[in-house]
Design a protein around this ligand. Sequence first.
Ligand SMILES: CC(C)(COP(=O)(O)OP(=O)(O)OC[C@H]1O[C@@H](n2cnc3c(N)ncnc32)[C@H](O)[C@@H]1OP(=O)(O)O)[C@@H](O)C(=O)NCCC(=O)NCCS
Length: 184
Amino acid sequence: MKLTIEEFAEHFQIRKLSKDENIRDFDCGDEDLNEFLIKDAPLYQKALLANTYIIENKENGSIGAYFSLANDRIAIKDFPNNTEFNRFRRHRFVNEKRLTNYPAVKLCRFAVSDNVKGMSIGTFLLDYLKSWFVNDNRTGCRFITVDAYHDAEPFYLKNGFIYLTASDVDRSTRLMFFDLINIE
Ligand SMILES: CC(C)(COP(=O)(O)OP(=O)(O)OC[C@H]1O[C@@H](n2cnc3c(N)ncnc32)[C@H](O)[C@@H]1OP(=O)(O)O)[C@@H](O)C(=O)NCCC(=O)NCCS
């Protein structure tokens, strides 16, 4: 069953994981992602390495989803050679000064609980992030990047992400990005 954005807002709230908060129960079907939320997220937050946001059911407090974010960049080193980087750059920055890095935010972890998968919550959260980093961000940020799990690639493609290069096609995760200029 798909939720409307109004139903999502009525039943769920998004908030940053509090200091020293421990989540006990979350299952998205992927052990690494479950474990990150339960064990590692508070440590990453304390060490200023990644901030985690939880999507909480307003009625019973259960966690419907979470995502973790950290600063990132798209840089020459992400491409197999300078030619591919220049192609990426020229295509998007026609008149701008030549930079060797472009500011981005990395979606380090992203998971929707098995109980509420397929209800459009993942899509709503990506839309929320896109608008957040264009309208409310304090620093320049041009791209959202993600190391997409193979199974989740169709989900990111549906949400406007594209592959950065073809050189990671055989890896277990692929670097994908969304260009935030698309929603300005
Ligand atoms: C990937 C994930 C975040 C998607 O969240 P979700 O709330 O279930 O996604 P949505 O309901 O917004 O789906 C949007 C579209 O993507 C498709 N989609 C979602 N997950 C998919 C998957 N694993 N494979 C193929 N298509 C998928 C949906 O079918 C839907 O398409 P439709 O609009 O044509 O029906 C969620 O399935 C999940 O947490 N998976 C396990 C963890 C994971 O892989 N995280 C990503 C790590 S990079």
